[in-house]
Design a protein around this ligand. Sequence first.
Ligand code: FMN
Length: 159
Amino acid sequence: MKTLIIYNSKHHGNTKKIARAISMVLEADLVKPDEVDITSLSTYDLIGFGSGIYYGKHHKSLFDFVAKLTNQKGRKTFIFSTSGIKKISFFNEFDKPLKKKLLKKDFSVIEEFNCRGWDTYPFWVKPFGGISKGRPNEKDLENAGSFARELKKEYLKTI
Ligand SMILES: Cc1cc2nc3c(=O)[nH]c(=O)nc-3n(C[C@H](O)[C@H](O)[C@H](O)COP(=O)(O)O)c2cc1C
């Protein structure tokens, strides 16, 4: 299962830690959006997209990257993110905008992962060191590893 993970982790490197934990399980290649050779995408069985959440969605660079792609004919993909606040169903579904964009390009989105990441952006959180301090923590990294193992099982069921 040849896997590529495309990630951007600008704020505190939070998502990079998750990207690494997933890539260790999947033995994936790890790249930033501006490093991807688009012609090589067709050589991958599975492609992951991840970043911190910025104003309610993934980083713009991922949207810009996906916009450049042609129809992916059902290529399997997964999404992951880190966010200052907890993701809650029906309230702040951070993954939805990127998922929608991927579906428009005919990707098949098989799994999603989110955990909290240290956030010092809002001015009012700065005096006390930010929110979700220390995240992702060891437990989050373990969860990311378990997510990757499940993802592998899910993928194998689909082929
Ligand atoms: C400009 C900016 C906007 C952000 N917007 C949100 C947001 O809408 N919701 C949220 O939960 N966290 C938000 N955050 C916090 C980041 O999602 C969080 O810190 C994330 O872990 C950053 O990941 P990174 O270090 O990989 O870039 C924002 C952070 C920044 C810098």
